[in-house]
Design a protein around this ligand. Structure first.
Ligand SMILES: NC(=O)c1ccc[n+]([C@@H]2O[C@H](COP(=O)([O-])OP(=O)(O)OC[C@H]3O[C@@H](n4cnc5c(N)ncnc54)[C@H](OP(=O)(O)O)[C@@H]3O)[C@@H](O)[C@H]2O)c1
Length: 280
């Protein structure tokens, strides 16, 4: 579980621990990590939690962490939860805009490094946490960032769209391996990430809707994990139902409308170019 020390990731981790899973949470803050492990152990009624420290905004650190975890052997479930939307534009240690680094490159690289472990544990699952922000994406992948001024909603939407396109492609690639690949949209939720957002995440034309959007992100965490929990542990959707589990915990293909063959091709080339700038 990436980013399992707070917000949606922590809530999902607690639910998984209560269902009997052993959980490794990967995040940056040691103190929050220790507190999360204590809560996981309490939810499980035994020692079920482990914290691994990593800054997943760094491709190099993500790759090193993935390789370290891969050396431990089979892995039954990978939840790529880390990600978010930021009011202020900021850059990762490798100089890549943070929405792209955390919502797309980090889960992309971590998954690639863990594929052998997931295949070895088949039937196993990969769950990528997506977002309704996909609907606000400008599907242009000519450069690291989209053209025009930075708006958090659009930046995150585009990075989540890129990762959703990759998720669809990966699901096809792994179809015969016993590794199920799903995306899960938690819907809005009251988390630390949501709390730091201001109206500046919105382009001017959407600003009249800010109060309504802000109200949405008071939604409690137990509701926000319905989709992710169903994707992680529920029945695999029937063929043709699509691979996104929506906020209600049911297959929901709404976001897949944005994943066109052109977007998928553009994302593939764009990702390869970006990763080429980050070293082996
Ligand atoms: N909240 C919403 O309304 C909403 C809506 C739709 C989708 N989502 C998606 O749900 C996911 C979780 O979001 P959230 O709102 O629950 O976030 P959150 O409350 O801010 O929690 C983020 C988690 O990720 C960890 N993290 C942050 N940056 C990291 C980094 N660079 N390296 C490693 N770990 C890092 C944090 O721990 P440390 O700070 O200790 O590293 C924390 O455990 C994201 O993918 C987000 O896009 C959220």
């Amino acid at each position: 579980m990436t980013g399992g020390t707070a917000g949606i990731g922590l809530q999902l981790t607690l639910e998984l621990a209560a269902q009997g899973w052993d959980v490794t949470v990967v995040a940056r803050d040691e103190a929050r990590g220790a507190a999360a492990v204590a809560r996981i152990d309490e939810a499980a009624g035994r020692a079920a939690g482990r914290f691994v420290r990593a800054d997943l905004s760094s491709v190099a650190e993500t790759r090193a962490t993935g390789r370290r975890l891969a050396a431990e052997g089979p892995l039954h479930l990978l939840v790529n939860n880390v990600g978010g939307m930021w009011t202020e534009r900021w850059l990762s240690p490798e100089g890549i805009e943070a929405s792209v680094a955390l919502n797309h490159l980090s889960p992309y690289v971590l998954t690639e490094t863990l594929l052998e472990s997931l295949t070895a544990a088949a039937p196993s699952r990969i769950v990528n946490i997506t977002s309704g922000a996909v609907a606000a994406a400008l599907p242009v992948f000519d450069d690291v960032e989209p053209p025009g001024p930075h708006y958090g909603l659009a930046a995150t939407g585009r990075a989540k769209l890129a990762h959703l396109a990759h998720t669809v492609e990966l699901a096809g690639r792994l179809a015969d391996t016993g590794v199920t690949v799903l995306a899960a949209d938690p819907g809005p939720a009251a988390t630390d990430n949501a709390a730091q957002m201001t109206v500046d995440i919105l382009p001017p034309e959407l600003r009249p809707h800010w109060e309504q959007i802000r109200e949405g992100v008071t939604r409690p965490l137990h509701l926000a994990v319905r989709g992710p929990l169903a994707a992680a542990t529920g029945a695999v959707p029937a063929a043709g139902a699509g691979l996104v589990i929506g906020p209600a915990g049911e297959p929901d293909s709404t976001l897949l409308g944005s994943v066109t063959p052109e977007v998928t091709r553009a994302v593939r080339t764009w990702t390869e170019k970006l990763l080429a700038t980050t070293g082996p």
